[in-house]
Write a protein that binds this ligand. Sequence first.
Ligand code: C5P
Length: 307
Amino acid sequence: MLSAVPPPVTVRVPAKINLHLAVGPVREDGFHDLVTVFHAVSLFDEVSVTQGEPGIEVFGEGVSEVPADETNLAWRAVQRLAEQAGRDPDVTLVLRKGIPVAGGMAGGSADAAATLVGLSALWKLDLTRDELAPIAAELGSDVTFALYGGTALGTGRGERIVPVLSRHPLHWVIALHRGGLSTPRVFGELDRLRGDAEPVDRPVEPVLEAIAGGDPRQLALSLGNDLQAAAVSMVPELRRTLRAGVDAGALAGIVSGSGPTCAFLCTSAEAAMEAAAELAGLGVCRTVRVAHGPVPGARVVEEPAPP
Ligand code: C5P
C-alpha cells in the first residue's frame, strides 16, 4: 500500500499584549500568580509543519535571536505532541516571524501554540483547542492564550483562560525597541524592587468594565502592568518612549508584558496611523507598527506567505 506524504499545514498566530497585569508574590515553584487580561493583536507569526526530516528553520526580523534547534519552544511542542500521539517527531518546522522577538508579546509561546494546531491537522489528530490546552499550559504560561486569542482573563501563572466578550475593536500603535528583555529577569527585577513590601492591589474590574463598555477613553484610564516599573528600571529609555506615544496623540501607553515593546491605545484606526507616523519620526524606538485587536488565536491558513 502506498502511504502518501500529507501536504504541509500552515498556521497563523497573533501576538498578545496585556491590558492588565497584576503580579502576585513569587510562588514556591518560582512562578508568580497573575491576574491578567490578554488581548490578541494583529501582528502575526506563521508556522508551517511538513512531514520529513526533523528540523527547524526561522525567517524574518530578529531571526538571529531565535534558537533553530531543540531548545526552541515550538520544537518542544513537536516532541510533546509526538509523545502523546505515539509518533516519531519527523517534522520540519518553518517559522516566519512577524512578532517582535523577546519583545514581551509572547512570540515564542505563539509559535508553540501554532505548532500544536498545525500538527493536530497534519497528523489528523483532530484535537480541539480545549484538548490542546493542557499541553499548551505545560509548555509555557502564555501558550494557552495563543491557542484561543481574542481577549481573555488569565489567572494561575497565566495559563488559566476565560474569554472576555469585547465587541468593539481597539486600535494600537506598537513601538518596537532596539533590544529584547528576558522575561525571568524582568520578574526578578520586580521582586527586587518590591523587596519585602506586599504587592500593591491592582483590581481588574475597571478594565473588564471598560472593555464591555467599548469606550477606548475609559479603557485608557484603567490600563496597568506591574511589570512596567521593572522593565523601565532595566531599560530607562522606555520612559521617553511611553511619553512620546502620548505626545504623538495616543490615549495611553503601556509596556507590553515583560517589555520592552510598548503599546499605545488610540481612538480609531486613523488616529493610530497618525500617531504611528509621528512617533516613527521621533527616534525613540526601532520601528513602529499599527495593529488592531482582538483577533483570533492560532488558525490553519490555506497559503503560506512568501518568506
Ligand atoms: O511560562 P514561561 O516559560 O513563559 O515563563 C518564563 C519565565 O517567566 C518563568 O521561568 C518565570 O521566571 C517567569 N514567570 C513568572 N511568573 C509567571 C510567568 C512567568 O515568574 N506567571
